[in-house]
Design a protein around this ligand. Structure first.
Ligand code: ATP
Length: 223
């Protein structure tokens, strides 16, 4: 995947958005040569427990604050505008319809990729967009064919020259080693609940918003 241009789609719960997300998006943007990255907060993430979730408008707002003034990072409220569970495949189909032939690059961490077989219509993601899987501690790094969900594996062949897996649709699946930032939203929520500092884990505007809105203060701190 070396031809430049296109739109990165970075979905997540962003509960809250942290520097691990931002740095991952930046490194993929630069390496792939994307025109922009769109952060897509999930309104009702199918795989996360609702009890731990800040309201979707707050999570969206924190993404907006984190990327304010960055011309090549944008926020998409598409999953907040849609009722029901926020399935990535529905988002990709909608964006594909909206944006036409533009190159879409779906971005996700290796931890999320390893759960891909549990996602709705996951195999169709590869027919709609290129996919970049980024490293995330503590997952062992390296994307092996065995990590491609079985139901989709046969549709790929490995291209050693570009070091990518090429899908029957022509889209590519690449693996990108990025700066290891062992930051998770769960740890940040636990820090807030325990009244510990989250400075340098989230951007200052996000930290201020969490304080102002009193987010995550009641959470169970036994992590
Ligand atoms: P939680 O701790 O609540 O489970 P999270 O920190 O994993 O949240 P998500 O919003 O679930 O954050 O992540 C969205 C996407 O960002 C996923 O594809 C995930 O793999 C990736 N991601 C999250 N944190 C990092 C990180 N530190 N480095 C690289 N990728 C990350």
């Amino acid at each position: 995947m070396r031809q430049p241009g296109g739109i990165g789609i970075f979905g997540g719960t962003f509960n809250p958005i942290h520097l691990g997300h931002l740095r991952a998006a930046e490194e993929v943007r630069e390496r792939v040569g994307l025109d922009e990255v769109r952060f897509v907060p999930a309104a009702a993430p199918p795989h996360k427990s609702a009890g731990e979730l800040a309201p979707a408008p707050d999570r969206l707002r924190m993404v907006e604050l984190a990327i304010a003034d960055l011309a090549d990072f944008r926020t998409s409220a598409i999953e907040l505008e849609r009722p029901g569970p926020s399935y990535s495949i529905d988002t990709l189909r909608a964006l594909r319809n909206q944006l036409g032939e533009v190159r879409l690059v779906f971005i996700l961490g290796l931890d999320a990729f390893r759960e891909l077989h549990t996602w709705k219509d996951f195999a169709e993601i590869f027919g709609l967009s290129d996919v970049v899987v980024v490293t995330r501690p503590p997952c062992p790094d390296g994307l092996t064919p065995a990590q491609i969900p079985l139901a989709a594996r046969e549709a790929f062949r490995y291209d050693p020259i570009s070091e990518s897996f090429r899908h029957a649709s022509g889209h590519v699946l690449t693996f990108q080693r990025i700066t290891a930032l062992d930051i998770s939203a769960a740890t940040i929520r636990a820090h807030v609940a325990a009244r510990r500092s989250i400075r340098f884990l989230v951007s200052p505007a996000v930290e201020a918003y969490i304080v102002e809105r009193g987010l995550y203060r009641q959470e169970d701190v036994r992590r």
